[in-house]
Design a protein around this ligand. Structure first.
Ligand code: AMP
Length: 284
């Protein structure tokens, strides 16, 4: 595995590989790799000739009061994990190289970026779409791998690539979870043991939603209300949203008569956690 930090070098390498007709798979990450990331890397490894993993904590997607400086950066450990997964290139640019003074061009995905997480984290998805577009231009992958844990993000990236005619196939893979169902996240490490126990109520709330749905509940507002009180009664009262949304455009749905995504974002202490799942009525 080669570690590349220069943008110019990465572009040269990928242009050469493309000329040879090799299929490049890109897995964009912010590092602090866990099994969720590794599932994307393994999929890329199984489908592509060359696997590039990017590790870049993107300053433009963090708000001024967010955790940019304290975001975990265990680079040596990440390097070892990538080697073990037979990654070919680990792209690890610096922030000033990606966003030098004078950088003034950004990608916006209107109508999708200001909802849900975007409503609470203004500018977040503009930063995400921009850095991913830059990574696409630097690595020129034929396939790029994302997790559906960040469902809104995956839809925004897919839309951005389509709208801007980026010749890449965006692939979105299932959420990898802990034994108790909590979605794996680099931010889980911030939690104390007690907070981690509280966080276990999130997958239980998702299960409750699934059961309500199985019992025939098709009113999204009832599901949302029940989930919110379930979480509040168990000490999770800082809730950004619990929302049944149209999987295609993230708009709120009034009745579940086609597949919907149930998405939520809550805070346990100061740690912001998200989760989502698909509710599919029979016959769809
Ligand atoms: P991050 O490093 O948090 O920016 O995530 C990099 C990629 O890994 C994104 O596409 C995430 O959606 C994906 N990812 C993060 N957590 C998980 C998980 N638990 N299961 C599957 N994919 C994940």
């Amino acid at each position: 595995m080669e570690i590349v930090s220069s943008i110019g070098k990465m572009q040269k390498v990928s242009a050469g590989l493309r000329r040879e007709g090799r299929r490049i798979g890109l897995v964009p990450t912010m590092g602090a790799l866990h099994e969720g990331h590794l599932s994307l890397i393994r999929k890329a490894r199984s489908e592509c000739d060359v696997v590039v993993v990017s590790v870049f904590v993107n300053p433009t997607q963090f708000g001024p009061s967010e955790d940019f400086t304290r975001y975990p950066r265990p680079f040596l450990r990440d390097t070892g994990l990538c080697r073990k997964e037979r990654v070919d290139y680990l792209f690890h640019p610096s922030a000033p190289a990606m966003f030098p003074a004078g950088h003034r061009t950004f990608a916006e995905v209107r109508g999708l970026e200001d909802l849900l997480c975007g409503a609470v984290r203004p500018g977040h998805f503009k930063g995400v779409a921009t850095v991913v577009l830059k990574l696409f231009n630097i690595v020129s992958p034929s396939d790029a791998y994302f997790g559906s844990k960040d469902y809104q993000q995956s839809l925004i990236i897919r839309t951005m690539a389509e709208d801007l005619n980026v010749p890449v196939t965006v692939k979105v893979l299932p959420i990898v979870r802990e034994k108790d169902g909590l979605a794996l996240s680099s931010r889980n490490a911030y939690m104390s043991a007690a907070q981690r126990q509280t966080a276990a109520h999130i997958p239980r709330a998702m299960k409750l939603a699934k059961n309500l749905f199985k019992q025939g509940v098709r009113d999204p507002s009832l599901i949302e209300r029940k989930l919110k009180s379930f979480l509040k009664e168990r000490g999770i009262d800082d809730i950004d949203y619990v929302s049944c949304i149209d999987p295609n455009d993230l708009s709120p749905v009034r009745k579940i008569d086609s597949p919907v995504r149930l998405a939520l974002a809550v805070r346990v202490g100061t740690v912001r956690l998200i989760d989502n799942m698909l509710l599919t009525p029979q016959g769809h």
